[in-house]
Design a binder for this molecule. Structure first.
Ligand SMILES: [Zn+2]
Length: 94
């Protein structure tokens, strides 16, 4: 899930990164909360706009139909704004 969040934010133009990406190997020695991967924005000022994008992207997935990528022909869920396989933008919905 964190990779989907990071990709959505980066696609929208926000600088962000994943922290604790490789910390799962420390599970048991680290607390669970210290080993979960997290998405961090580079600029704190982007938080409100980024949360709006994530809300729109992940909390209303039923409103759009699934689509086929015009570039690589891969099937994508309606909630995806760009192709999971090649990164091509979803078609515009009238
Ligand atoms: Zn594609």
């Amino acid at each position: 899930m964190v990779w989907m969040v990071r990709d959505a934010l980066q696609h929208a133009g926000y600088d962000c990164c994943i922290r604790n990406q490789y910390a799962a190997g420390g599970s048991g020695d680290l607390s669970l909360l210290d080993s979960w991967p997290e998405v961090w924005l580079v600029c704190d000022e982007d938080e409100k706009a980024a949360l709006g994008i994530l809300h729109e992207r992940f909390e209303s997935p039923g409103s759009k139909a699934n689509w086929l990528c015009s570039h690589c022909k891969e099937a994508n869920a309606g909630s995806f704004e760009f192709c999971w396989n090649c990164g091509h933008d979803a078609p515009e919905v009238p």
